[in-house]
Design a protein around this ligand. Structure first.
Ligand code: C5P
Length: 222
């Protein structure tokens, strides 16, 4: 069967990674979490003391520390230079600084190159903000997932509780709004629905329903 690429974009906590992982498993495809790549560089900057104002310093981090993924039973582990950072990159310090790092043109160029290489032979489910518009404009399937900010904050709140992160619901809601604002107003490849993407409002939908809706679109392309 033909191996296609599936691009899933949308704002913070819209359920992209959850459905992308399930779809990748279903089709035997590779799941690529591009947000984890921007988060890894942000994490490295905070850890090594590289200033978030220093674009070339951030680019040097990309060149020095390769980012890799390894599938696990429940999803995927993320490594920088062989060290597992799966949990570290989800901490609030990283989440609240990542939009600054991801706005730099040179940072994006380097990471987009890596993302395009991963998808060059098809068979990839990739989630992010600019997959349908900039990374894989030729992807056979493009989905743009949205949901109300209340529901997204609620989902993130529950996820955080399981991980022992104690940020309040109101703070999370503000942080999500702020990150969406920064991601959609940056100059280079802002968060935006591709003209040919299918928009799915997942407010009130279960994960199973969202996955089924996307599978219907994918199966028509295979
Ligand atoms: O998807 P996630 O919330 O983990 O993404 C973290 C951040 O990485 C986003 O808020 C955005 O600033 C950046 N990002 C991006 N382009 C992508 C994926 C993520 O700019 N394709």
């Amino acid at each position: 069967m033909k191996k296609i690429n599936i691009a899933i974009d949308g704002p913070a906590s819209s359920g992209k990674s959850t459905v992308a992982k399930i779809l990748a498993q279903h089709y035997g495809y590779v799941y690529t979490d591009t947000g984890a790549m921007y988060r890894s560089i942000t994490y490295l900057a905070l850890k090594t003391g590289c200033s978030l104002e220093d674009e070339s310093g951030l680019v040097a981090l990309i060149d020095t520390y390769p980012i890799t993924f390894a599938p696990t039973e429940t999803g995927q582990d993320v490594f920088v230079d062989g060290t597992k950072v799966t949990e570290e990159i989800r901490q609030p310090e990283v989440t609240n600084a990542v939009s600054k790092v991801s706005a730099y043109q040179k940072v994006r160029e380097k990471l987009v190159q890596q993302q395009q290489k991963i998808a060059e032979n098809g068979g990839v489910v990739m989630d992010g903000r600019d997959i349908g518009t900039a990374v894989l404009p030729q992807a056979e399937v493009k989905v743009f997932l949205v949901a109300s900010v209340e529901e997204r904050a609620e989902r993130r709140y529950k996820e955080n509780q399981q991980k022992g992160i104690t940020t309040s619901f109101d703070t999370l809601k503000k942080e999500i709004e702020q990150r969406d604002y920064l991601d959609s107003h940056r100059e280079i490849s802002p968060l935006k629905q591709a003209d040919d993407a299918v928009r799915i409002d997942t407010t009130g939908m279960s994960i199973t329903e969202v996955v089924a809706a996307i599978q219907q679109i994918v199966d028509q392309k295979m």
